[in-house]
Ligand binder design. Structure first.
Ligand SMILES: Cc1cc2nc3c(=O)[nH]c(=O)nc-3n(C[C@H](O)[C@H](O)[C@H](O)COP(=O)(O)OP(=O)(O)OC[C@H]3O[C@@H](n4cnc5c(N)ncnc54)[C@H](O)[C@@H]3O)c2cc1C
Length: 417
């Protein structure tokens, strides 16, 4: 089933009776070539690119809940390629290019909107850092424009230019950055993988990983054992729990990040705006809701909900930056479990166990990485070689201390923001 304007017209005229489920609901087979643990954005995109780019079909994605129920359906949907360090810079650039062709590739409207992102800065020192970051982005082939205070005032006149605790000096503008509809991304990849023969098995929690003589043999699940030649762990916030099933202790802490959405308003915020000093960022969804969030809740947890001190902090920061939003009513808030790595950068690697692969450490930023992560991880699983866009996301960097990609500079304590 392909989507097209003609198809929408035809279905509209014939009572919408021709639409079919986007993917099958197969029973698990006793054996697959590749089993992927986790049906989030990264697990689904990995399965999709394994099938599309490497012609592999005998693959299962095992999801403990339902497709789209994890962070892939809980994030604030920002897509960007504005990283500073080599390792991340080329990876996120690769991912953004895939985003730009994603809707045609998947034949699915993921509502990718390149409305531009503005990162605010508030001092001469921060302006210098923004200029350096912008130069790195341009060197990588991406786009960046340094905005002064008056440029900023023209673009976003509703910000508090008069008495903000951190005065507005300007912003780093990334025009190709933007947003997308998060659950549509999950559904689009799920449908694409299913069409290529991948079995998506929901309500199938993995409870154990079978290993014999240093070689992975399969997994234990709540729906019985499944043998597999290769197993990929792509469980985001629950990566440490899944890796523990293979006797591994990952350098990952799971923390809560909250998000908030207001009632629908007329279009007022054209771009994504980030206010790092206040721990606040905001955009407006296509439905009109203001979508915003802040920083972590600062305690390790597996609860997909946050606590009131962070709610209060985020609201205060939002009101300080743009007092006008005080009139909007918040309709919903929720939390997601973030897989925080010590250097703020992901892990996409083989493990010491033959046939067992790991993909995690996405911190706050794994949504924009979904296409890139799937494509490079599929390359690694299928060929055994690192994709050129991801040669540095190695697990052993935390053991050896070599090639740390210190994008965040906070070390392993995520409360040191
Ligand atoms: C509030 C919030 C805002 C965010 N904002 C942004 C943003 O603006 N931009 C951005 O780039 N990123 C953002 N992120 C981060 C991004 O959402 C995540 O990094 C990314 O979604 C994680 O990868 P995933 O989609 O594969 O995770 P998930 O969707 O969580 O997928 C992991 C899956 O593994 C499954 N699983 C776990 N254990 C098992 C098991 N034992 N057996 C079977 N299945 C299992 C889970 O049920 C889950 O479905 C945000 C996150 C949150 C919470």
């Amino acid at each position: 089933m392909r989507f097209s304007g003609l198809r929408v017209l035809k279905e509209g005229l014939t009572g919408n009776k021709g639409w079919r489920p986007h993917w099958r609901d197969p029973e698990p087979k006793p054996e697959y070539d590749i089993v992927i643990i986790g049906g989030g954005g990264h697990g689904l995109s990995t399965a999709y690119y394994l099938a599309r780019d490497h012609g592999l079909k005998n693959i299962a994605v095992l999801e403990r809940g339902y497709i789209g129920g994890g962070n892939i359906g809980r994030n604030t949907t920002i897509v960007r390629a504005n990283y500073f360090l080599q390792g991340n810079s080329e990876f996120y650039s690769h991912s953004l290019k895939l985003w730009e062709g994603l809707e045609e590739d998947l034949n699915y409207n993921v509502m990718h909107s390149q409305r531009g992102i503005i990162n605010l800065f508030h001092s001469d020192g921060q302006r210098d850092a923004a200029a350096r970051r912008g130069n790195m982005m341009i060197s990588q082939g991406d786009d960046a424009i340094l905005l002064g205070r008056e440029d900023l005032r023209k673009m976003v006149p509703y910000l508090n230019f008069d008495d903000l605790r951190f005065p507005l000096y300007g912003g780093l503008y990334h025009p190709r950055g933007g947003t997308a509809r998060h659950d549509a991304v999950a559904w689009g990849y799920a449908r694409g993988a299913d069409q290529r023969g991948v079995d998506l098995i929901q309500n199938c929690e993995v409870t154990g990983i079978d290993i014999e003589n240093g070689q992975v043999k399969g997994v234990q699940t709540v729906r019985g054992p499944i043998r597999a030649k290769k197993v990929a762990m792509v469980a985001a916030g629950r990566s440490s729990q899944v890796a523990a099933m293979a006797g591994m202790r990952l350098p990952i802490e799971s923390h809560i990040l909250q998000a908030f959405v207001t009632e629908g308003l007329k279009p007022v915020i054209d771009n994504v705006i980030t206010f790092g000093m206040g721990h606040f960022y905001i955009s407006q969804s296509d439905k009109g809701g203001l979508v915003f969030g802040g920083d972590l809740d600062f305690y390790a947890s597996y609860a997909a909900r946050g606590n009131l001190p962070t709610v209060e902090h985020v609201m205060e920061a939002g009101m300080a930056l743009m007092p006008m939003i005080g009139k909007a009513k918040v309709l919903r808030s929720w939390g997601g479990i973030m897989d925080m790595s010590p250097d703020g950068s992901p892990i996409i690697d083989k493990t010491h166990i033959d046939g067992l692969y790991v993909n995690c450490g996405w911190n706050y930023g794994g949504f924009k990485a979904v296409p890139g992560s799937g494509s490079v991880f599929a390359h690694l699983i299928a060929t055994g070689n690192y994709h050129p866009a991801s040669t540095r996301h190695r697990l052993d960097r935390f053991r050896t201390g070599r090639s740390i990609i210190d994008e965040e500079g906070k070390g392993s304590q995520h409360n040191l923001h």
